[in-house]
Design a protein around this ligand. Structure first.
Ligand SMILES: [Zn+2]
Length: 340
């Protein structure tokens, strides 16, 4: 069985007036929309794979209003989890995460993964310039692009969004499905609806609509500081926690923990406080538990064993439960640049 999605050619009336709350009046189901432009190739753009991350909708409303009938390049737009968007949720109970079930996923096949498979087949039948997936996150983060394959074309794509870029390896994200076909990146645009994130993503999409080709050379370190995310940090369900060092709970963080996004923690800086032996759980991209390699608890204080950067820290309880507390980043070092 495949989850049903609608296909459209051209923009429906009312597109500029919808919000996520009433999105299903126009898009009752996930929708793949072809918008013809002047050029022969297509920009694939996905929005609302996470229902509450609505910056992508705002971006497309602005871009398409600006280019009403004169798109410099054709667009294949996929509007993802409209049901969750209506409810302002990442995804609904009983649904799979719409950004973990694209080709390459390690989740069991589902109607939603079949839909993504079909969407990718349709996209790959067209000449693609690049594939862009627009997201938000819940903490105070800089804007950055994520790539799953650090190919030069992907690095150059990421560098056009910001000087910090991330290599990440979650199976089944949309970006991974386009590797080897066209440059592909996920844009993390800060908090949902943040005007600066909308503006930044609009400039990037404008660039992608008019650019002849991406540079081929390796971006300098100044142009792109590439970090790697391969560790996910979760709070186990039975652990009570608070962002208040004085709270009477199992696990405590400083109240400004969120401000530590993209800042380095060295092995001697206190990461958090705890009264239990194993307050956190850290997994690598293969899902292996690597908690004991990565952190240590000494006299109620939690330390990391190596210098790392937390990213995408959230204080949102639902996100912590459905996704994670944060990721831990290190500088990306391709194999050939490591002294063996
Ligand atoms: Zn997202």
């Amino acid at each position: 069985m495949i989850e049903k999605f609608d296909r459209m050619h051209g923009l429906p009336d009312g597109f500029f007036d919808i919000t996520t709350a009433n999105i299903r009046s126009l898009f009752p189901k996930p929708t793949l929309m072809q918008l013809d432009g002047r050029g022969g190739d297509f920009l694939f753009i996905s929005i609302l794979l996470h229902g509450n991350e609505y910056t992508g909708l705002k971006v497309m409303q602005k871009i398409l209003a600006d280019h009403a009938d004169d798109l410099p390049r054709s667009i294949l737009l996929f509007i993802g989890n409209v049901q969750a968007a209506e409810a302002n949720r990442r995804f609904l109970p009983g649904q799979v995460d719409y950004n973990r079930c694209w080709p390459g996923t390690d989740l069991v096949p589902s109607p939603t993964s079949q839909m993504m498979q079909r969407v990718v087949e349709i996209a790959l039948g067209l000449p693609l310039f690049a594939a862009i997936d627009i997201h938000n996150n819940t903490g105070k983060n800089p804007h950055y692009a994520c790539i799953t394959d650090p190919s030069l074309e992907n690095q150059n794509l990421a560098a056009r969004f910001n000087r910090v870029g991330m290599v990440f390896n979650h199976y089944g994200v949309s970006t991974m499905a386009f590797n080897g076909t066209c440059p592909a990146a996920t844009l993390e645009c800060g908090l949902p609806g943040d005007p600066r994130g909308i503006e930044h993503a609009c400039r990037f999409i404008e660039d992608m609509l008019t650019l002849d080709e991406l540079p081929h050379g390796k971006p300098t370190r100044h142009a792109l500081h590439l970090v790697e995310s391969h560790l996910t940090l979760n709070i186990p369900e039975h652990i009570s926690y608070a962002f208040d060092p004085a709270a009477d709970v199992d696990l405590r963080f400083e109240s400004d923990f969120e401000d530590r996004n993209f800042t380095l923690f060295d092995p001697h800086q206190v990461f958090g406080y705890t009264r239990v032996e194993r307050p956190l759980s850290i997994t690598d991209t293969d899902g292996h538990d690597v908690t004991d390699e990565i952190l240590r608890v000494e006299k109620g204080r939690i330390y990391l064993n190596n210098t790392m950067m937390p990213a995408m820290i959230t204080r949102d309880e639902l996100v912590i439960q459905q996704d994670c507390l944060c990721h831990l980043l290190q500088d990306y070092l391709p194999y050939h640049e490591v002294d063996l």
